[in-house]
Design a protein around this ligand. Structure first.
Ligand code: PEP
Ligand code: MN
Length: 266
């Protein structure tokens, strides 16, 4: 169902008036984790000022260690909902288990399925039966074929609004947190009719690489870029090494807008 052979036109997904996959890159910014109303609102104000329509933030955090911050859960979803109403932004947030999904749907606009759950088939099926778009991340060590099959699970249950998100894969390279597989973008665009995003934060794990990798993503034809922004990354409860503070975010965004103008991407 997700194959280009099945449908030749690009799938376009309307989220809060943002037409994802229609040609011009979309942007998803926001903190790694929801920590407080004030924290999310500070990032939302900056996103709104740029005329962007989407915000991300994790309420359920799939952390490597059980002793690390696990997220605010339902309280986090309530914060996201309040901020989304106050700032007119659509919320993209990760859901980690089918048992949270139904309740979460009242608070969110796009269901994110994280890298660690790309082959959580019960979660894929549950998201496939939900009436909200899904942003599906590539698994930590998933092949492109496995990634496409995960999307197929979602669509097989009736949900056609799926965004694929390349977020780096595990290789022997230690200079970056993961290895951004930039060629996955045109391959996924050729093989499927779905919009393809690149998460520059989790793929690189390095603040100094966010901008060059975002440029590469746009130049190679990605439909969107995701990056994490926190009002004060030094005190962030997760991913403090790689989130942008607001002035850095402003400069990142402006440079990318100029880059798109120069290359006539609009
Ligand atoms: C995230 O986007 O919050 C996240 C945890 O990313 P990933 O699933 O790609 O590791
Ligand atoms: Mn993160």
């Amino acid at each position: 169902l997700v194959s280009r052979k099945k449908k030749s036109e690009d799938t376009v997904i309307n989220v809060n008036g943002e037409l994802i996959g229609q040609g011009k890159p979309s942007f998803v910014f926001g903190p790694c984790a929801v920590e407080s109303y004030e924290q999310v609102a500070a990032v939302a104000a900056s996103i709104k000022a740029k005329g962007e329509k989407l915000i991300r933030g994790g309420a359920y955090k799939p952390r490597t260690s059980p002793y690390d911050f696990q997220g605010l859960g339902l309280e986090g979803l309530k914060i996201l909902k309040r901020v989304s109403e106050e700032y007119g932004l659509a919320v993209i947030t990760e859901i980690v288990t089918p048992s949270h999904l139904e309740e979460a749907l009242d608070y969110i606009d796009v269901i994110q399925i994280g890298a660690r759950n790309m082959q959580n088939f019960e979660l894929l099926k549950a998201a496939g039966a939900a009436n909200k778009p899904v942003l599906l991340k590539r698994g930590l060590a998933a092949t492109i074929d496995e990634f496409i099959h995960a999307a197929e699970y979602i669509m097989s249950k009736g949900n056609e609004n799926i965004i694929l998100c390349e977020r780096g894969i595990r290789t022997y390279e230690k200079a970056t947190r993961n290895t951004l597989d930039i060629s996955a973008v045109p391959i996924l665009k050729q093989e499927t009719h779905l919009p393809v995003f690149v998460d520059v934060t989790h793929s690189t794990g390095r603040r100094d690489l966010l901008l060059p990798c975002a440029k590469a993503a746009i130049a190679i034809g990605a439909d969107g870029v995701m990056a994490e922004v926190h009002p004060d990354p030094s005190v962030a409860l997760s991913d403090s090494q790689q989130q942008m503070d607001i002035p850095t975010f402003d400069a990142f965004y402006e440079t990318l807008q100029n880059f798109m103008k120069n290359y006539e991407i609009h």
